[in-house]
Design a protein around this ligand. Structure first.
Ligand code: MLC
Ligand code: AMP
Length: 513
């Protein structure tokens, strides 16, 4: 692709089960797929194509094809329910969806919810056509085509939807040039090369799996073993068969640690790897130390965000500090500021702001939200951080309790509150994250009930059923605390920090489910 855009060394390959595809073969299939799709469906550069499919080579082929043809790749979380899918289709304006058979029913339900009522064009990955205009991925990616015109490296290439504290999920837009700057720099920092072999068990719809993992490996000429899902026992086995790098969210490391402590052979299987990285949520110093004592590897923790790519990282060589996310990735700068936007002194907590060529250009068709997120070119992360005199950063939480990170997924409390409010037993509800050693945060609903004679555990189970089909399962409350009334400030705003204090101090018990 172009010089300011993405350049892929030909050495990469993708392994998936028994299949192995070289990068040139992936690129060739991607070009055919995208070129034929453009012709058949009458698409133009800049048109969005949504992808709703489990990790598979076709997802990588489609991503490369979209990048190569100027179509905008819009990956959808495969755990989403129809209403969540419908919102992203409507907001992104994607009229074409690449979908696998496992997710076709959810897509069909989502299409039924779209206000314009018009089903878009579907590209089916592995099922037979059920509508006359359905297209088959296999046919598109194998037919001949005319050469594609060159793409503009500054044009939108990727749109990643993410939740904020207010309003529905928004699409963060990246051009090839921004991806090349942000991810290229990180790969150089980590010395990723054609000698590397990434074991990738992350979903391919978020920055971590899609950009840092898949794209990063392709930019570096590395081999990728793509796993269809994360299962802890498969990681040591994949590393033993040649893997050199593993990237995970802390919840994956929690499951991996459990497996390693029960199977000494598994720890030995990790000895051939050169790099384990963690991010998307805080890796606890305990996890860092346990992993080091079981495997001898010091996990390299880094920090990022959907809107910014990866902006801070512990060094590859030099000190990897437990509990710290390290130093700015080359090409990025950070500031830590107080409430009036003034820089704080080293060691003082403030909001982390980041700047650099890898930041998103903005939220899709949402100038207001884009304007509010940036100040003078600095993206306001909403994360609380400190920086020591040596430049190492620590993330200490968020400025707002309304965003939760659980299992590495970013979740807006408001979306869950809206889903729960319609339950007949609920008078008032506030949702927050409680600390959890495996999931980072566990979703807790603090409620005022309409009747007084209900068992909390029974209400929690009912709320779980009530959420089913409305919101993705990872957003379902796993704990419930019953209040007589929710604490509010003088303006009537619910004070989530007081709810958290009441629960963590034991004053108000929380039942788990
Ligand atoms: C699931 N369970 C939970 C839970 N989620 N319990 C408490 N809290 C939660 N949040 C329960 C389920 O009900 C189930 O129980 C059991 O745990 C297993 O759930 P699962 O969903 O089947 O687990 P699994 O599929 O193994 O998923 C775990 C995971 C997944 C870690 C693989 O969460 C994941 O892929 N996370 C990665 C997210 C990610 O890529 N984030 C990157 C964002 S980008 P039962 O009883 O039903 O068995 C970003 C930028 C950056 O952040 O910096 O990288
Ligand atoms: P997302 O929008 O899913 O990309 O989530 C981004 C958020 O994940 C950040 O704003 C942080 O709150 C959190 N995050 C990412 N990496 C780390 C990390 N290493 N330590 C703590 N929090 C992290």
């Amino acid at each position: 692709m172009s010089s300011q855009g993405l350049e892929f060394p030909a050495t990469s390959s993708l392994r998936f089960g028994l299949r192995a595809l070289s990068l040139p073969a992936l690129l060739d299939a991607g070009r055919r797929y995208a070129g034929n799709l453009i012709q058949t469906a009458g698409l133009r550069p800049g048109d969005r194509v949504a992808v709703l499919a489990a990790p598979a080579p076709a997802v990588a082929i489609a991503f490369l094809g979209h990048l190569d043809s100027g179509l905008v790749h819009v990956p959808l979380n495969t755990r989403y329910q129809p209403a969540e899918i419908a919102h992203i289709l409507a907001d992104s304006g994607a009229r074409t969806v690449l979908v696998d058979s496992a997710h076709l029913p959810a897509l069909e339900e989502a299409e039924g919810l779209l206000r314009n009522g018009q089903p878009g064009r579907r590209v089916l990955l592995d099922s037979l056509p059920s509508r006359s205009d359905d297209l088959a991925f296999a046919a598109l990616s194998s037919s001949d085509l005319e050469p594609l015109p060159p793409t503009d490296p500054g044009a939108p290439a990727l749109m990643l939807f993410t939740s904020g504290t207010t309003g529905p999920a928004k699409g963060a837009v990246f051009s090839q040039a921004r991806l090349a700057a942000g991810i290229g720099s990180l790969m150089r920092l980590w010395r990723m090369s054609e000698k590397d072999h990434l074991v990738l068990a992350l979903p391919l719809f978020h920055v971590h799996g899609l950009c840092v993992g898949l794209l990063g490996a392709f930019l570096s000429g590395a081999t990728v073993t793509l796993l269809p899902a994360f299962r802890a026992p498969e990681i040591p086995a994949a590393i033993a068969s040649g893997g050199t790098v593993f990237m995970g969210v802390p919840t994956m490391y929690a499951f991996l640690l459990e497996h390693l402590s029960n199977d000494a052979g598994a720890a030995r299987d990790l000895s051939g790897a050169r790099l384990f990285t963690a991010g998307s949520a805080a890796l606890s110093p305990d996890q860092f130390r346990q992993f080091e004592s079981l495997t001898g590897h010091r996990i390299l923790e880094r920090y990022g965000m959907t809107e910014t790519l990866i902006t801070l990282s512990n060094p590859l060589e030099g000190e990897r500090r437990p509990g710290s996310v390290g130093l700015p990735v080359p090409g990025f700068e950070t500031r830590i500021v107080d409430e009036s936007g003034r820089d704080v002194s080293p060691g003082t907590t403030g909001e982390l702001w980041v700047k650099g060529a890898g930041l998103m250009s903005g939220y899709h068709q949402n100038e207001e939200a884009t304007r509010q997120s940036f100040t003078g070119g600095w993206f306001r992360t909403g994360d609380l951080a400190t920086r020591d005199a040596g430049g190492y950063h620590r993330i200490l939480g968020r400025t707002s309790a309304d965003l939760i990170k659980s299992g590495g997924f970013r979740i807006a409390a408001r979306e869950i509150e809206e889903a729960l409010e319609s339950h007949p037993a609920i008078r008032e509800v506030a949702v927050l994250g409680l600390p959890d050693p495996v999931w980072g945060e566990r979703i807790c609903a603090a409620v005022v009930l309409k009747g007084s004679n209900r068992f909390p555990a029974e209400v929690l189970a009912e709320l779980g059923l009530h959420c089913h089909g409305k919101i993705a399962d990872f957003k379902r409350p796993r704990a419930l605390a019953v209040f007589d009334q929710l604490p509010r400030n003088a303006l009537g705003k619910v004070q989530k920090h007081r709810i958290r204090e009441a629960i963590t101090s034991g004053l108000i018990p929380a039942v788990s489910g």
